[in-house]
Each structure stands twice: as structure tokens, then as C-alpha cells.
Design a protein around this ligand. Structure first.
Ligand SMILES: [Fe+2]
Length: 348
């Protein structure tokens, strides 16, 4: 259903209040050619209504000739901010940046956050935003998971479909996504509700089976038959199965970059309001598929860059794959069993 301006304005006010926007703070809305204009309008009015000093900064879209789709995550890391010192100055002077463009994986995002600027990414269509307005309880559950994940030294993942993956943890930070940026230097993404970290370099080993019905992003398709990934020393070494495997193989090969095969972030979903099925109702270019990344009890793993974790693996191919029906253990303690969240403090 369509969203009224009033409802979207109210949602933005709620989220900006969760972001602790105070009167007099500098708020910059970063936009590009493909911005949702209703989102921009509502965000601008809400930020002004809360007393923010608002700037709208519009940069040209780029990378179309390099990417195979219009999806904002189909080619990551290079943005129109590179070499634009004037735009960088504006963003770095801001207390809060509302990223309606997608700076994720760019080195410029890290430079902006390093100065203490808060940053909130919001590029899903308005109706997804209003369905998944974040709450303080989302934050509570994600931080409860982060405490366990931050202390863990091993992750073990299994599934009835055949997944059996092990990795060591501890070298990389914990990514918490609860949907609002409420601390200096914090980045978050509305909508969200999950957490992750990155395996220590070279330690991911085993097998990941993408089962029928699991979602591969950015294809945003539901696999029709199992795909088996053989993981050795931190990299996917073989992709086997039917059509879905062939498609995934061909896509990854097209980047001609060995780093696209690295295992990137690993974690699990904690958002019961997000839906495994939502993606099936959408045109693939209409959504970033945050429902798929966040639905409660998924095991979300990815391949490609680790620059957002402070690593040096800078590759433009990032594939997120949330799996259903997995069991995720940290140092042998179950976080998820057969696709259901286990710890009471992580449940809604
Ligand atoms: Fe990802």
C-alpha cells in the first residue's frame, strides 16, 4: 500500500528522535539521482521540525557502466564523493548525515564517521520504512547478541541441508544494525535488526549449502535448488549445483577479482517484523532486500569486501546470502537452532 506523507513524516520523526537529533545540530541529507522523493521530503521536514539545521546535498549517480543492475549494492565502494572535497567538508561538519544515496563500503564513509558524525542509511522504499520503524527494543536485542558475539572465539554453523561451516572470531569488530544512529561516529541502516562480525582472516572452512528458498542478494531471487559452496581458508573455492550455482559462478567470475570469493561478514537476524517472503512480492529493483537480511533466525553470510570492518579487502562485488533453517553456535552455545533464535534476551 502507498504511504501518506503524514505517516512517513511521523516515522522519520520517530527515527530522528531515536538518533538523538537535538535542536541546532547540522543535519545533511545526502541524495542522488534515484532518491525516493517522498522519503527526502519527509526526512527534510522531520529534521527541520526537530530543530535540525538542514542541508540537502545532491551528488551525481555513478558506476552505471560498471554495474549489471541499478541496485545500489551491485557495485560498491566507489561513490561521487571521491575527490569531492567540498562535499566531504559538508558531511564531515555535519552532526548527522542521512544517507539516501549509499556510501556503504566507501572509504569516504569511514572518514566521515571517524570525526564523530552519526550516519543513518535509508534507501528502502517508504512502505518498507514505515513497516520496519526501529525501536529501543530492537537495540536491546541486537546489543544482547553483540555482547555474546564480541566475547566468542569460534562460530560453528550447521543445517539439515548440509551446511557445516567453522571459523575463528575476534580479530574484527562487531557490526550491530538496530536501525538508528544514536552515538557519535555510529553508522546504522533503517530498517535493520541483525548483527555480524568477520571471520579471522583465512579461518573460515567447511561447506555452506544454499537451500531451495534461500535468497541470494543482489540477485534477489529465491534459489530453486541447493547450491553447495566449498569454503577453504577463508575463500569460496567451489560453487556446485544446478542453474542457481551456474548463475552465481558466472556473476562472481565477471568481476575478474579473486577477492570476491572471500567470506565477508557472518551473523544472524533478530528482526521478527522482517519477512522472508516480502522480497517475493517486489520488483527486484524496488528494494534493497533488508527484510531478507534481517528476518529473525536467519544465518546471514556474505562474500567480498571487509573495508567496513577496517580491513583492506576492497572489492566491488558484495553478495549477502541469508539462509533459513540453520543452527549457529558461538563457542558451542546456540544462538539460533534450526532457524529459531534461542537466547531469551535476543527475543522480542
Ligand atoms: Fe552485506
Amino acid at each position: 500500500m502507498a504511504v501518506s506523507d503524514e505517516q512517513l513524516f511521523g516515522a522519520w520523526k520517530t527515527v530522528l528522535q531515536l538518533c538523538k537529533l537535538r535542536p541546532g545540530e547540522f543535519v545533511t541529507l545526502l541524495t542522488s539521482d534515484d532518491v525516493h522523493h517522498q522519503t527526502l521530503r519527509a526526512a527534510r521536514l522531520a529534521a527541520s521540525d526537530l530543530g535540525g539545521v538542514v542541508t540537502v546535498l545532491t551528488l551525481p549517480a555513478m558506476g552505471a557502466e560498471l554495474s549489471m543492475s541499478r541496485d545500489k549494492t551491485a557495485y560498491v565502494g566507489r561513490t561521487a564523493l571521491a575527490g569531492n572535497a567540498a562535499a566531504m567538508a559538508c558531511l564531515q561538519k555535519s552532526d548527522l548525515v542521512i544517507d539516501l544515496m549509499l556510501l556503504l563500503f566507501s572509504k569516504e564513509q569511514g572518514e566521515i564517521l571517524a570525526g564523530g558524525t552519526r550516519m543513518l542509511l535509508a534507501v528502502e522504499p517508504p512502505e518498507v520504512l514505515v513497516r520496519l520503524v526501529p525501536t529501543e527494543d530492537d537495540k536491546r536485542r541486537v546489543l544482547a547478541g553483540a555482547r555474546v558475539l564480541g566475547a566468542a572465539r569460534t562460530m560453528h554453523v550447521t543445517s539439515a541441508a548440509g551446511t557445516a561451516l567453522d571459523c575463528r572470531l575476534g580479530d574484527y569488530p562487531i557490526l550491530t544494525e538496530y536501525g538508528f544512529a544514536d552515538e557519535p561516529g555510529r553508522w546504522d541502516h533503517w530498517p535493520s535488526g541483525f548483527l555480524a562480525t568477520w571471520p579471522n582472516e583465512g579461518t573460515a572452512n567447511g561447506r555452506i549449502v544454499i537451500d531451495r528458498g534461500d535468497i541470494i542478494i543482489p540477485f534477489k531471487s529465491y534459489a530453486q535448488a541447493p547450491v553447495t559452496l566449498t569454503v577453504q581458508d577463508g575463500y569460496v573455492r567451489a560453487i556446485e549445483g544446478g542453474f542457481d550455482a551456474e548463475f552465481l559462478r558466472d556473476y562472481m567470475e565477471s568481476f575478474r577479482d579473486p577477492e570476491v570469493y572471500a567470506i565477508s561478514h557472518v551473523g544472524w537476524g533478530l528482526q521478527p517484523r522482517a519477512s522472508w517472503t516480502a522480497l517475493g512480492l517486489y520488483d527486484r529493483e524496488a528494494t534493497l532486500a533488508m527484510d531478507a537480511r534481517a528476518y529473525a533466525g536467519n544465518f546471514l553470510f556474505s562474500t567480498g569486501p571487509n573495508t567496513e570492518a577496517g580491513g583492506t579487502r576492497d572489492t566491488p562485488c558484495h553478495i549477502d546470502i541469508p539462509l533459513r533453517g540453520c543452527s549457529v553456535f558461538l563457542d558451542d552455545a546456540p544462538m539460533v537452532l534450526d532457524g529459531a533464535v534461542v537466547p531469551a534476551e535476543q527475543k522480542a
